[in-house]
Design a protein around this ligand. Sequence first.
Ligand code: ADP
Ligand code: MG
Length: 581
Amino acid sequence: MIERPASVVKELLENALDAGARSVTIAVEEAGRKLIEVADDGSGVPSDELELAVSRHATSKLVRSDDLFSISTLGFRGEALASIGSVSRMTVTSRVHAEKEGARLRVEGGIPGKLTKVGTTVGTTVRVEDLFYNVPARLKFLKSDTTERRATDSLVTRYALAYPERRFKLSDGKNVVLQTAGDGDWRAILAALYGVDVAKQLLEIQSEEEGFRLTGFISPTSLTRSNRKEITFFINGRWVHDVSLNTALLQAYHTLLMVGRYPLTALFLDIPADVVDVNVHPAKAEVRFRNPDKVFSFVQRAVRRALLAYSPVPNVAPSLWGTSRTVPAEQSRHVGLDWAIGHDEQLPVDSRESGIGDRELGSGSRESEVVDHPITQSPNRQLPIETIPLLRLIGQIGATYLVAEGPDGLYLIDQHAAHERILFEKLMTQHAMKNIPSQALLTPAVVTIPPHSANLLTTNLPILQHFGFDVEEFGPNTFQVRAMPALFMGSDPSAALRALVEDFEEDESPLQSEVEAKLAARVCKRMAVKAGQALSIDEQRALLNDLEACDSPRTCPHGRPTMIHLSVDMLERQFGRRGAR
Ligand code: ADP
Ligand code: MG
């Protein structure tokens, strides 16, 4: 079913790849409303078959496939061209090697015109104009140009990744949005998409078992996203969305990532065609496996193995407080357990999983312990005391936590979370006063980001300006940061920019203020001091003072605790001083 421009592009792209194209050129104008053109150098369609190709149920591919469920070719329903032709003005031009001339056929609203002979190179060009011109209802359902463009961009991006040995070129009529060399160099494509620094960090996977093969890359636990949009699966060369595959993947990361953080992956699963049925729901590209458990456990094991090979297993420390709950490391290896549940989202916000995901630059060997925050369990939980008393600094431990004493006991403060909170409140105060001091960078930072995000960034440049960022376009998918909020001076401007664009996509909230608060929280997280960073006594003291001055010092802007409080009362009980006989 053709629902939007991206579905047209997907069908045409898959046809081109099916036809063995080495090079595919895609042009999308006005987000695909005006024009979508896909040109390939594949095998082409013989002149006398062109009329058949654009009619319904005309596939040349079924004959080649013995199993109806086979997906060794990308599509075989034989209705894509017909469907596209019925909701647009479509022109197909094609030539096969064996013929001297090619043929052209125009279909308008489903009605084919006369076949004409044309001189053209071998291959096929499908030009789709005025999509949905005769289906106003569907036209009405299209999202904003930005959203539709993003869907197309990320689709092409993913196919470019899946087929590194083919050349892809995507343009929007004026500019080239994406271009790959087709020389099989994966890392180069990754670098073009995500920037060199991200591409360098991605871990490669290659795993094979009983006819199943998983290749591709996954992000290390230190590189995460706040949504699942960068999780990509291909099965036998076809992009699919499958909730259970995602779950298998997230299971593999379980306990290694912070709550609400997701990996960035592109995984290519090759499995015997008789094990999967991809065509169950063509529009949604859902899959049905004959033997799901087997597939999922294979994926999970392969990913987990790759992850553990690069990042050490977090130690599960014995529970220190009576109230804490540890997550056995083994649990995540149990396959088939809770497949349906996205664990990462089920944890309550105020329980803290101090996995290494949070320690962006941390050493990666921290305790993986879920500590139920004592505040939530104390008898006065209905009356949470928001502010904190004056604290006496004792020092820093593990270059990660500050230890302090208050009138009512001991405080352990997570320096990163605390700093996040401080930066956030300062930034939001300045923002409310419409005065965020901005400071020019001596050397502007140049940052490359993926095409779909680049798009969004361009549209959102004015918001960034409000926040004291001076960002300019600097070439395709590349931006230059020339100034940033004075508050963040000394931090990495490109990290800030990446944090900013990371989920513009999610920020489709109608409330501007909400969008801005989320934006601010994200940048502050990125700019805050990291765990594992030794702080001078003065810095520690300043951090404590600033935290005391915060309106909500007990949680970071994302709702996680900044501190653990061990009350005198609790200490006495733990040491058996009270209630002891
Ligand atoms: P399907 O791909 O499911 O077979 P389509 O409607 O997408 O159905 O295409 C119909 C037929 O047109 C294909 O089976 C193929 O023979 C031919 N065709 C479509 N696009 C191309 C192309 N880019 N190159 C060569 N042949 C093509
Ligand atoms: Mg097709």
